[in-house]
Design a protein around this ligand. Structure first.
Ligand code: SF4
Ligand code: SF4
Length: 288
């Protein structure tokens, strides 16, 4: 089984368009949408949800109002200011601010505080016409998206192994934080989709460094390479200097937007020079 992660270092580079096309070209892989904060692969692959599971994040503190004597000691020790007094002078936990450190449970003289798990989001096992898709939705203002990414990836791997499928195609989250590290860990290849802008180069550099530091093989795709040839050359130099292969240069193509509006992966929407490049990228990925 080969796990292919499509990643960008930032949003808006065409990462999801590329991931959706790879899912089509792989012809029955397991697809994992690890962009759990802002998932949008479903807009192109139209998964039909078969199973919904609850994601419980880290435990949060809860105050038992029956036991609480309103002494206020817990407020003093909570360095996240997550314990508030309401209009009825009751102490309560602000679950958004609570980091789950549990210090307050030890300090409360009457043992009125306990830790409890809570629903932090949902994840789904769905069917698409291109294979099973595992995806998720993190609750509003919830953190721990790294944990949710790991959950999605583990399930996608398990489904691929159980069904003897050759590929897991992963649409990664943007940035270089915890969810990205959770996406990168253990994949066979990270395909970095970048664009020839200064921010694109900057973000690609960061995510490439991260992949290298984790010992993950990386390759690059330059999207809309023809909008700024100078910057495309800078990306080529960066790739050359870091021994990162460029698997394809995708031209600016209005049919990309048309396919997004139509809700169809580009390789199913048209057959043109752009889709030919995407097919070449897939061929190289299989051999990489
Ligand atoms: S668990 Fe930690 S962060 Fe949460 S309320 Fe208690 S002391 Fe504050
Ligand atoms: S320390 Fe315990 S008793 Fe005191 S206010 Fe907090 S929860 Fe209530």
């Amino acid at each position: 089984m080969k796990q292919i992660l499509v990643i960008s270092g930032k949003g808006g580079t065409g990462k999801t368009v590329v991931a959706a096309c790879l899912a089509v070209l792989a012809n029955k892989s397991v697809i994992a949408d690890c962009d759990v904060d802002a998932a949008d692969l479903h807009l192109l692959l139209h998964p039909e949800i078969k199973q919904t599971r609850i994601f419980t994040g880290l435990p949060k503190a809860v105050i038992d109002q029956e036991k609480c004597t309103s002494c206020g000691e817990c407020v003093e020790v909570c360095k996240y200011n997550a314990i508030l007094k309401n209009d009825e002078l009751q102490f309560r936990i602000d679950t958004i601010s609570c980091e789950g450190c549990a210090v307050c449970t030890h300090i409360c003289p009457v043992s009125a505080i306990f830790m409890t798990k809570h629903e932090a989001g949902q994840w789904f096992i769905s069917e698409t016409q291109f294979g099973t898709m595992v995806h998720a939705k993190l609750g509003i203002a919830e953190e721990n998206s790294g944990m949710l990414v790991t959950t999605v990836r583990k399930e996608a791997q398990a489904i691929a192994q159980k069904n003897n499928l050759e590929y897991v195609i992963i649409d990664g989250p943007p940035g270089i934080g915890c969810p990205v590290i959770a996406s990168l860990t253990g994949v066979d290849i990270a395909l970095i989709v970048t664009e020839p802008t200064l921010s694109g180069i900057h973000d690609m550099t960061r995510v490439l460094k991260l992949a290298n530091s984790l010992g993950i093989k990386a390759a690059c795709v330059i999207n809309k390479y023809d909008i700024n040839i100078n910057n495309t050359e800078k990306i080529s130099d960066l790739c050359h200097n870091t021994e990162t292969p460029i698997l394809g240069q995708i031209p600016y193509d209005e049919s990309v937007i048309e396919s997004i509006v139509a809700g169809v992966p580009l390789t199913m929407h048209v057959d043109n020079n752009t889709t030919a490049v995407l097919k070449q990228i897939w061929q190289q990925l299989k051999e990489y």
